[in-house]
Design a protein around this ligand. Structure first.
Ligand code: AVI
Length: 319
């Protein structure tokens, strides 16, 4: 029997071109900041992939192991003939573990990097004949109206990687609410990094090979490449302490000297030792995450954790 060819139907989305505005705004604030979503240009995405392979960075391999081990039970929770919607889909690596077992009717990967998303979707299409693929180029944090997929029974969201931790708790609640709306209720499979030994967390964000430092400094190199800024990235130091009372890793670029940088005709002065805040990575306990989810209209219906309680895959059901 001939296999049905895979259908790729790109959905209309948005473009993200506000890096200059965000940077001008963020560097004008009393506490200078650059939003972490700008880490992921081509070079930043390459560096993030390298972080995921680091011995100190346990998140990716732990989550991958959990997905592989529990895929049959996850598939039962999701139910037959679903549409999977992935928020911030990236390289479409982890979803393969789900597609192989869940066998969904359709898959909608959402990502802001349009050319990259189209490329990886085409590759996936060749591997999964019969699957309807609807790549959506959009900022996954926005409210998204995703048209229904004919023949799909339910929608299951997929948000792996612990990225929910990169949002402040109030923002994370808002994001989970919008996801609930985009999914028309349904369920959400989400990866959550757990509170643990501070030394382990410190090591994960301060790796010996300096890949996380390069990832952090790439924000400045990106501003030079795309916006003609004149940052000297190595004149800033990577600093990423774990704050155990706030339960988050905080990431900064610290100016090593007194210096000035010009961006779009504006001058920004940095004192020696002045920090630019670039990322927070919040860590949760199963209970604190269940509470966050509840505030967003989700019930923590199932969870899977590794033996060392490093990471949790959570299955949320809409209330
Ligand atoms: C994407 N996100 C879950 C990563 C994290 O661990 O917060 C980003 C990252 N920042 C430094 N290393 C990895």
């Amino acid at each position: 029997m001939m296999e049905t060819p895979c259908t790729v139907v790109p959905l209309a989305g948005t473009r993200d071109d506000d890096f200059a505005q965000c940077l001008l705004h963020g560097l004008s604030r009393p506490q200078k900041e650059i939003p972490c979503k700008y880490f992921y240009d081509e070079e930043g995405s390459r560096l993030y992939e390298a972080i995921c392979e680091l011995p100190e960075y346990y998140q990716t391999r732990t989550e991958t192991m959990l997905l592989a081990r529990h895929a049959p039970e996850i598939a039962r929770r999701i139910g037959p003939q679903p549409e999977i919607v992935e928020f911030g889909a990236g390289a479409l690596k982890k979803v393969r573990l789900l597609l192989d077992v869940v066998r969904p009717r359709g898959y909608t990967p959402i990502d802001i990097s349009g050319d990259y998303l189209m490329g990886v979707t085409q590759t996936l299409a060749a591997e999964y004949p019969g699957l309807t693929l609807r790549p959506l180029v959009a900022d996954f944090t926005a409210a998204l109206a995703i048209p229904p997929l004919p023949g799909a029974h339910a929608r299951a969201g997929f948000f792996p990687g612990g990225t929910i931790g990169n949002f402040r708790p109030e923002a994370a609640t808002g994001l989970l609410r919008r996801m609930r709306a985009s999914l028309n209720g349904g369920g959400l499979l989400i990866g959550v990094d757990l509170v643990k030994d501070p030394a382990r967390l410190h090591a994960a964000y301060n790796d010996a090979a300096g890949v996380t430092a390069a990832f952090n400094k790439n924000l400045l190199a990106r501003a030079n490449r795309e916006l003609g800024a004149d940052f000297v990235p190595d004149a800033f130091a990577h600093y990423a302490p774990y704050n155990p009372t706030a339960r988050r890793v905080e990431m900064y670029l610290v100016s090593q000297t007194r210096q000035s940088v010009t961006l779009r005709g504006r001058r920004f002065d940095f004192a020696a030792g002045e920090a630019v805040h670039t990322e927070d990575s919040h860590k949760y306990t199963p209970d604190s995450f269940a509470e966050l989810a509840l505030n967003a209209g989700w019930r923590l219906a199932a969870q899977w954790r590794d033996a060392d309680d490093l990471f949790m895959l959570a299955w949320l059901e809409a209330l």
